[in-house]
Write a protein that binds this ligand. Structure first.
Ligand code: PGA
Length: 255
């Protein structure tokens, strides 16, 4: 992390877990556990239906609420979808875009990731855009190429002014929910590649200002080592964000 030039962000991705009442309970446990830990921004990316309860529960604290997806059209005949303006009006600040589970199970492509990015930014939401290689791509030695292409397409037609509002989460798909973490060196290498793609497009000042997270089996026991790396500015945390003590321990590691 380099907190002199960019914000460290620890974000929980609850995925399809927690009913509204469970969300309230978890947040009530979490608040005293992370109170006063201002060395990083803390974001909870919750299921859509938990948003009102979560926004209410974090009122008066520095915790922020995020969603896990957003549709790219403003409104219309898109049954089951949620627009950026809807999220914004509910008090959402961040939104995860292009998570590998959305790419894998719900037909998300680099192109729709780019459309969602632009829709989120236009509505004043801060995207957390996910990139990452499959195990087969790592094994073939095309990790950097894969992640570079995903990053380039995600940022197509995004201005420099908007680019600094985006967080990029490097999530190697083989490390998500598997207990298998990328080594700190592997995470650093790819996070640096992402930053170099941004530098090429926007110049160094913008690239240095963008928060790049690591995600994939981040937990209390490995967080400090990952976050010690220069280009790893935080984490996107799945499993370990569902337990207040574990998530708070990762927040501690980011102080
Ligand atoms: P995990 O999930 O921490 O459970 O591996 C991370 C993510 O998918 O964002």
């Amino acid at each position: 992390m380099n907190k002199n030039v960019r914000k460290a962000i620890i974000a929980g991705n609850w995925k399809m877990n927690m009913t509204p009442s469970e969300a309230k309970k978890l947040i009530a446990e979490l608040i005293p556990a992370v109170e006063g830990k201002n060395g990083c921004e803390i974001v909870l990316c919750v299921p859509f239906v938990d948003i009102p309860a979560a926004v209410e529960a974090v009122q008066g604290t520095s915790l922020k609420i995020g969603a896990q997806n957003v549709h790219f059209e403003k409104s219309g005949a898109f049954t089951g979808e949620i627009s950026a303006a809807m999220l914004k009006e509910c008090g959402v600040e961040y939104v995860v875009i292009g998570h590998s589970e959305r790419r894998q199970y719900f037909g998300e492509t680099d192109e729709t990731v780019n459309l969602r990015m632009k829709a989120a930014l236009a509505a004043g939401l801060k995207p957390i855009v996910c990139v990452g290689e499959l195990l087969s791509q790592r094994d073939r030695g095309i990790t950097n190429e894969t992640v570079s292409a995903q990053t380039k397409i995600a940022f197509l037609d995004v201005s420099a002014e908007d680019a600094v509002k985006v967080t990029v989460a490097y999530e190697p798909v083989w490390a998500i929910g598997t207990g298998r973490t990328a080594t700190a060196e592997q995470a650093e290498e790819v996070c640096a590649v992402i930053r170099s793609v941004l530098a090429e497009k926007y110049g160094n000042d913008v690239a240095e200002a963008v928060t790049v997270q690591y995600g994939g089996s981040m937990k209390p026991s490995n967080a400090a080592e990952l976050l010690a790396k220069y280009d790893v500015d935080g984490g996107l945390i799945g499993g370990a964000s569902l337990k207040a003590a574990d998530f708070a321990a990762i927040v501690d590691a980011a102080q």
